[in-house]
Design a protein around this ligand. Structure first.
Ligand code: ZN
Ligand code: ZN
Length: 270
């Protein structure tokens, strides 16, 4: 348990930077056709969003720590009413946090107001590991609220939340890397996890596919609730039609974009 605690106490920003450097090198090595200059430019535009995330990090941390301290002090939530082994409580907690993210992600797509913040992540027309950084800051607060609501209701332990993020950080980078993954990765892990090939379908320009594969860590919710779709990565066109063009891909344009009335361009699938 001590080893787990030491690992979980490690600042995720260090892990994030180390993984981004590693994936940048791997992507450059495996995808020789990608120009390093444009890749660095892409990394800077997306990486600036991470600086905003770090800026609001203390607010997010305070929200999480005070909520979990309150749950513990008051012995609140369903899990605290039932006698169950600690490992089961922690495992169920990880799945429930992911379950909350699934529904909040769907709401992000369905509500026109929330879509304005969420489309920043979807608008990237060139997918690589740095796309994982492209998240509008309010979205981090939005998802955290969802995770904390379910934590209060079920009396989830802070350890579940820590494990959730410990899995999520590397997996989320992996979801967006431009490295190609063979079909056996989907066959081997895709019964439980959102694989990179599955998450990339979620980034397809065609809204029929954009509105699918909402899972964060686990794909089971999509398979259970009928939102799972598949398209080979080689046929996927990334981004959103309304955000195509270099001027619309810059950090400053993206930062302004939630406040712009940009009409959704969709395809008819009827
Ligand atoms: Zn989405
Ligand atoms: Zn994504």
């Amino acid at each position: 348990m001590d080893t787990i605690n030491t690992l979980l106490a490690f600042d995720t920003n260090y892990i994030l930077v180390a993984l981004l450097v590693l994936f940048f090198m791997l992507e450059t090595f495996f995808n020789r056709s990608e120009r390093v200059g444009s890749k660095i430019n892409h990394l800077i535009n997306n990486g600036l969003f991470q600086l905003l995330a770090i800026a609001i990090g203390s607010i997010l941390g305070w929200m999480a720590v005070s909520t979990f301290s309150w749950i513990e002090a008051n012995n609140f939530g369903l899990f605290n009413l039932i006698d169950m082994p600690y490992w089961l409580k922690i495992t169920l907690g990880v799945f429930l946090i992911d379950f909350a993210d699934y529904w909040f992600h769907i709401l992000d797509h369905k509500s026109p107001l929330l879509w304005r913040q969420h489309r920043v992540h979807h608008s990237d027309t060139h997918m690589d590991a740095s796309t994982s950084l492209r998240t509008f800051p309010t979205e981090l607060i939005y998802f955290l609220i969802g995770e904390l609501i379910i934590s209060v209701l079920f009396g989830i332990d802070i350890m579940s939340m820590s494990i959730f993020f410990f899995i999520l950080v590397p997996l989320f980078i992996l979801h967006h890397t431009s490295i190609e993954f063979p079909a056996w990765v989907d066959r081997g892990f895709g019964w439980l996890f959102v694989t990179p090939n599955y998450h990339k379908v979620h980034h397809e320009q065609d809204q029929y596919y954009t509105d699918s594969n909402y899972g964060t860590i686990f794909i089971i919710w999509d398979k259970l609730f009928g939102t799972f779709k598949f398209k080979p990565v080689s046929e996927i066109k990334y981004g959103l039609k309304e955000f195509v063009g270099p001027e619309k891909q810059s950090f400053l344009y993206q930062l302004r974009s939630p406040f712009l009335s940009t009409k959704k361009i969709t395809e008819d699938h009827t």
